[in-house]
Design a protein. Structure first.
Length: 205
């Protein structure tokens, strides 16, 4: 994904306020061998880009002052507390030969067709929505797919059972931790059809 940026020399609170009044967003790009640089963005362009999930978990191509080729990663966004306004954005330069650590969203599939839902009327909860991973920039996936098609009622899916893309590892390895975090769970609500059927069966026995 590409976005446009312009170098800026004015810094400080007053300069940032003037930029925002002019429909611009102050930002910074840092990392790599170059010094941190102050930049500015078009508010409408960056606002709509930030609404796309892939913009948060992809290597981005920054066209700075009309020159393309700088690869960066979105690191932080500051929003206005109650307005739909972007106040500040941080980007980090990416080196193709160096691993990076960032969060990648989970995409849950086949939950509606799982035995937990179709046979037991369970409700599947997405306990985790993303995962912090370590990988080379070329291996960074836009998302990690979690297949819930085999879930049964009153069971959970642990992180250790999620297949990560090639070249991608969790930032905290399961073997290094005492816990294996739950990614999704399937529970039957009290009073559901499955509960009623089970109660009737017990009564019949």
């Amino acid at each position: 994904m590409k976005f446009n940026a312009t170098s800026r020399s004015d810094k400080g609170t007053s300069a940032s306020r003037r930029l925002r009044h002019a429909g611009r967003v102050p930002a910074i790009v840092y990392g790599g061998t170059a010094e941190a640089a102050s930049i500015e963005l078009d508010h409408n362009e960056i606002y709509h880009a930030l609404r796309k999930e892939s913009f948060h978990a992809s290597i981005l191509s920054m066209e700075l002052d009309g020159k393309s080729g700088q690869q960066v990663l979105l690191r932080a966004v500051q929003w206005h507390p109650y307005k739909q306004q972007v106040l500040h954005v941080d980007f980090q330069r990416v080196d193709a030969s160096q691993t990076l650590t960032t969060k990648v969203p989970f995409h849950f599939v086949n939950g509606d067709t799982s035995p937990a839902v179709k046979l037991s009327g369970a409700i599947i909860s997405h306990v985790l929505t993303d995962l912090e991973v370590v990988c080379l920039p070329a291996n960074l996936p836009p998302f990690i797919e979690v297949d819930l098609g085999g879930m049964l009622a009153e069971t959970v899916v642990h992180l250790s059972s999620v297949k990560l893309p090639k070249g991608v590892v969790a930032a905290t390895r399961i073997s290094d931790s005492d816990s294996d975090p739950v990614v999704a769970s399937a529970h039957v609500k009290a009073g559901s059809a499955a509960d009623v059927a089970a109660t009737d069966a017990d009564a019949a026995e």
